[in-house]
Design a protein around this ligand. Structure first.
Ligand code: B4P
Length: 190
């Protein structure tokens, strides 16, 4: 199985590049952000709790996310591979993912770390906010999300460096150019 963790700051292009990867390689896709937004829309208890964190730009607690992920993963049993988009975001989530995949006889194949400068991240998210209606795409919440990213999520790169799975991708430029770099990186690991 080709299991890809797509990683980067908010606005770095995780969701955008995931769409391209799905088309090109026929992989399944799990975006924890999308699953949470669906739960919020449906008015579930998980959605109610999650929205309190998302609206402040904070991470939803690990236990909730890991439980949610395990359920979604069980639905992907016959997949050729899975793109994990926006998960893991903390070390405990990365440890939990490794355990869940190992129990299913597989592992993370590669972690693609998209690097984009902060000004560009803010610009992209504000632009998206004009049309997305997302409660977290406003300047105040974007700043909290970036702070949370630097404190809690960025250190995860070291976890995957130690696992020998980490690949850096420059995430500036056109969507096509970035996707070409990703494809090249995947050829090297296949
Ligand atoms: P996510 O939904 O994962 O949102 P995100 O970090 O903003 O990334 P996204 O994938 O949507 O955007 P992209 O960079 O592709 O998370 C939202 C919230 O949910 C989190 O803050 C957290 O509260 C919660 N959450 C989710 N997962 C969690 C977890 N595991 N643990 C705890 N909490 C969790 O794109 C952004 C914009 O840039 C788009 O408009 C796109 O069109 C544009 N863009 C992309 N590439 C571009 C390029 N090359 N050039 C120009 N624009 C580009």
């Amino acid at each position: 199985m080709l299991n890809i963790v797509i990683f980067g700051a908010p606005g770095s292009g995780k969701g955008t590049q995931s769409e391209r990867l799905i088309k090109e390689f026929g992989l399944d896709h799990i975006s924890t952000g999308d699953v949470l937004r669906k739960e919020i829309k449906e008015g579930s208890e998980l959605g109610r709790v999650a929205s309190e964190y998302i609206n402040k730009g904070q991470l939803v607690p690990d236990e909730l996310i890991v439980d949610m992920l395990a359920k979604v993963l069980d639905e992907k049993e016959n997949a050729k591979g899975v793109i994990f988009d926006g998960f893991p975001r903390t070390i405990p989530q990365a440890v939990a993912l490794k355990k869940m995949l190992n129990e299913r006889g597989t592992d993370v194949s590669v972690m693609l770390n998209l690097h984009v400068e902060e000004d560009e991240l803010i610009h992209r998210l504000l632009e998206r906010g004009k049309v997305s209606g997302r409660s977290d795409d406003n300047l105040e919440t974007i700043k909290s999300r970036l702070e949370v990213y630097h404190k809690q999520t960025a250190p995860l790169a070291d976890f995957y460096i130690q696992e020998g799975k980490h690949v850096s991708i420059v995430g500036n430029g056109t969507i096509d150019d970035i996707f070409d770099k990703i494809k090249k990186a995947l050829e090297d690991i296949k």
